[in-house]
Design a protein around this ligand. Structure first.
Ligand code: F6P
Length: 320
């Protein structure tokens, strides 16, 4: 029987992390368990920055972006010695299990801690949505809506001046955020690392257009594909196309989580606690077919993160 659960956020922040923390804390308290908030991610676990959380400590955070527990990266935690120290620190504080909220790297560490015997569950949270086997990580929907909103705004001015626009979107080495936001914003071109679209394709498309030539193009480029700046320079030099560049940067990681992210995070937080209470460990939680489900880490990391090919084809067909 669990008595005390630790919770931490690791890696980069994502909107909805606070909603997940709140859910873990309140679900734990509801079940009569103590919940300890570990500040500064795994770094804090190694340095024992922990405090007991009560129901009020997570009041009014549901609607806030970022994470009240601070999202940190730690080089030490990926080492064997670091992981052993982390487990010792948890034992020292009477914490018998751990919920980790974070992206791929955080979940890898969590998997490793679980293999070492620590009961743990991971909650996927990243705007990159790059976790193999997970349709939607916490934070993705908010970032997607933020990017879509910027594409809409930029299109207003791009269409008024008939000037092409390049919008550089985050996503690390994957194109999920760029693809979904590009489709939602009706981008004419979407450049993602998983596909080979290049300047020639952009120029070809501009030549075609409904009236013989497209007057301007909205080009969404994933940061992992080519830098927006390089693309801007090459379009001018190689094709004579002048465009304006907007690098959305950290605007897409902040902001109030959407209702969808709040609900997802709330469900996953509660489900993580439920699994630990049922002595389950070494899994991550996700929603599939409207239901929370879990999947062992080893199954997830044997797969590769993939883009949805149907979405990519659809965006091509709709942007002629
Ligand atoms: O993983 C989230 C993310 O925002 C990526 O999309 C991006 O590549 C990276 O973090 C940026 O990190 P930093 O905030 O350190 O620049």
């Amino acid at each position: 029987m669990m008595h005390r659960i630790g919770v931490l956020t690791s890696g980069k922040d994502a909107p909805g992390m606070n909603a997940a923390i709140r859910s873990v804390v309140r679900s734990g308290i509801y079940e009569g368990i103590e919940v300890i908030g570990i500040k500064y991610g795994f770094h804090g676990l190694l340095n024992e920055t922990m405090e007991k959380m009560d129901a009020a400590s997570v009041g009014s955070i549901l609607q806030k972006g970022g994470t009240i527990l601070q999202a940190y990266t730690s080089e030490e935690i990926v080492t064997e010695a670091g992981q052993e120290k982390a487990i010792e620190n948890l034992q020292k504080h009477g914490i018998d299990s751990l919920v980790v909220i974070g992206g791929k790297e955080a979940l890898r560490v969590t998997a490793s801690l679980a293999e070492k015997g620590l009961p743990c569950i991971g909650i996927p949270a990243t705007i990159d949505n790059d976790i193999p086997g997970v349709d939607e990580a916490v934070g993705f929907d908010t970032a997607l809506n933020t990017v879509m909103d910027y594409i809409d705004r930029i299109r207003d001015t791009a269409s008024s001046h008939e000037k092409s626009s390049i919008i550089e979107v985050m996503g690390k080495d994957t194109g999920n955020l760029a693809l979904s936001s590009g489709l939602a914003g009706g981008a004419e071109n979407i450049l993602i690392p998983e596909k080979k679209e290049d300047i020639e394709d952009i120029v070809d498309k501009m030549k075609k257009g409904p009236s013989g030539a497209m007057r301007y193009s909205m080009i969404v480029v994933a940061e992992g594909s080519v830098s927006g700046n390089d693309l801007n320079v090459r379009l001018k030099e190689e094709a004579g196309i002048e465009s304006r560049l907007t690098v959305l940067g950290h605007t897409q990681r902040g902001g109030a989580p959407t209702a969808r992210d709040r609900i997802l995070a709330s469900r996953l937080g509660a489900y993580a606690v439920e699994l630990l209470l049922n002595d389950e460990s070494g899994k991550l939680v996700k929603v599939e077919n409207q239901q929370p489900v879990s999947q062992p880490f080893n199954e997830l990391f044997s797969q590769k993160s993939q883009i949805d090919e149907n979405l990519y084809d659809l965006s091509g067909r709709l942007s002629i």
